[in-house]
Design a protein around this ligand. Sequence first.
Ligand code: CUA
Length: 668
Amino acid sequence: MKKVLLLALALLAGLAVGVGACGRRPIRAGQGDLLQLAQSRGLTPEDATRALKTFVPPGGRDEYMLFASGGHSGQVHVIGVPSMRLLKTIAVFTPEPWQGYGYGADWSEAALNGESNPDPREHLRWGDSHHPALSETDGKYDGRWLYINDRAHGRIGMIDLADFRTKQVLHVPNLQTSHGGIFATPDTRYVHISSKVPALKAWNASQGQRVTVEDHLNRYADIYRGYSTFVRIDQTTGRMNLKESFQIELPPYTQDLADAGKGTSYGYAFINSYNVEMATGGLAYGRPPLEAGASQLDFDYLHIINWKKAETVLSAGKFTEINGIRVIPLETAAAEGLLFLAPEPRSPHGVDVAPKGDYITVSGKLDPHATVYGFDRILKAIEAKNFEGTDRYGIPILKFDAVVAGKVELGAGPLHTQYDGQGNAYTSLYLESAVAKWTLGEPYHPADQAFKVVDKVSIHYNIGHLATTQGDTMDPQGKYLIAMNKWSIDRHSNVGPLHPQNFQLIDISGPKMELVADMPIGFGEPHYAQMIKADTVKAHEVYEPGVSPASMKKSADAISSEKEARIVRRPGVVEVWMNVVRSHFTPDIVNAKVGDKVIVHLTNVEQTPDATHGFAVPMKNVMVSLDPGETTTVEFTVDKPGSFSFYCTEFCSALHLEMQGWLIVEPK
Ligand code: CUA
């Protein structure tokens, strides 16, 4: 044992000296010291290798950034890979005071309250952030924007990666919920989102809709609908534009995960579904429980959507507007050849398009196989009208055998697939707690080596989704894989019955997958993630002077020095232009009368990276974070007399404690 460890460390020392040759100070300590250190910590040679594979020296950088959804924490977490260190949490659907998100700052209130909010009285203060979608150019991540859907409410949040802040939350009409039906098209012309559980036809979120239990049980197929939504993206700002967006009405199956066609399949979209049985639930009404009712048939339907063609159908005016969005009705979608179905083994989860766009992998949790569809076969079957019939809504169903290119037996509970650059696929196995690596067909692998499992690694435990390095783009890099495990059970110190979830880092650069690190996730239920080369993301160090995060342009309310700071009063309103710099606010005394609305335009005039200040007002729920250069406005009403000490929440300088002022509210 000792000999093996010594050998491993000797090798590692050699490796480290090699690293040292390119500018860094090489290891000087003898192998004996390393051996002693490793032994004193009880590390095996494998551990030592893992440590070296994941260690990022102080001040060093990770090669990749993982954008992981935070589940019902409503946030997004940014994690460095391979070190698995948390770099940032971005609030999206949930208020977060450190970033001043949802505590009065204008940009954050606008985002959090949501655009096209059907019912502004409902101040939604949480969401279930589920599937991130990084913007792409030519099928590759471009590091501009990140979109994420809200499982609970069918919303999309847009994060600007220039400042890692959420700028827009869009309520998508006619959807009540969404799951994994989000992706960016390879050119980010659209971000797609589909409904999960169907909603009442033309669901009106603000007015509600008249419905009875009888309707629900007996008219389900008629009164419910799903929608595939193509949300148009403004190419300069990344903002979502509802006016130029459109929906395709779908049958009331439960549409689930989706992926974009790319390369040869550009212009198409693929969506999984389950519950094509249209089970309603309702044990007390003599109906099977949903999980049984939705699993009666052996097959559900893969939805194949030609969105490029849908654009010409829209140009021809063949749509109706419902709740503020253009909708192509189901009959039109069928008649115009926009929508086709293909049988897929029941209760599928992942639908994942291979890097060249030529294969589509579907895995059904209840079937141990991955089913691989060939896009060329799909096109041929559509052209030849090779249908086994239509569904009850008249949508053609392609013949299963005509469109399937291969099946691979993977193990129990295959769920989600990502790829590397060598024509290999990696599928999570939920029930087996493992990841299977397998081969795609031509042109990646010759026919006799295609669709075969070549490796498997155990994970801990209950893996949901997985992410490989840029593994859902046209530029997959095959270096790392993150297993997103729902359970950790015995992997970490016990912190109570609610255990952290567990991310595991797997090195996939060699022929054998190798588990190298655990990362406890104690801040949400991360669901899905995307991993991007870190240097593709180019966030600002500071804002240009006076820039508002809301517009990313110079604000009309920006000031450039304390000389411009001022208080302007008019009946019922006190408006302040406040200069913020180390270590004082100007003005530092603001007086108002009971009942006044106080508007404060804050400019952090600093241009030093990291010189962030805060502006917090006690008892007002006001907490604004101001990065260098930023101008942000906050409004609140003062309804009782008193003297309130506002202060800077960031330890910004040696005189940070002195960085405070007074809001004096005089009686009327
Ligand atoms: Cu500014 Cu503390």
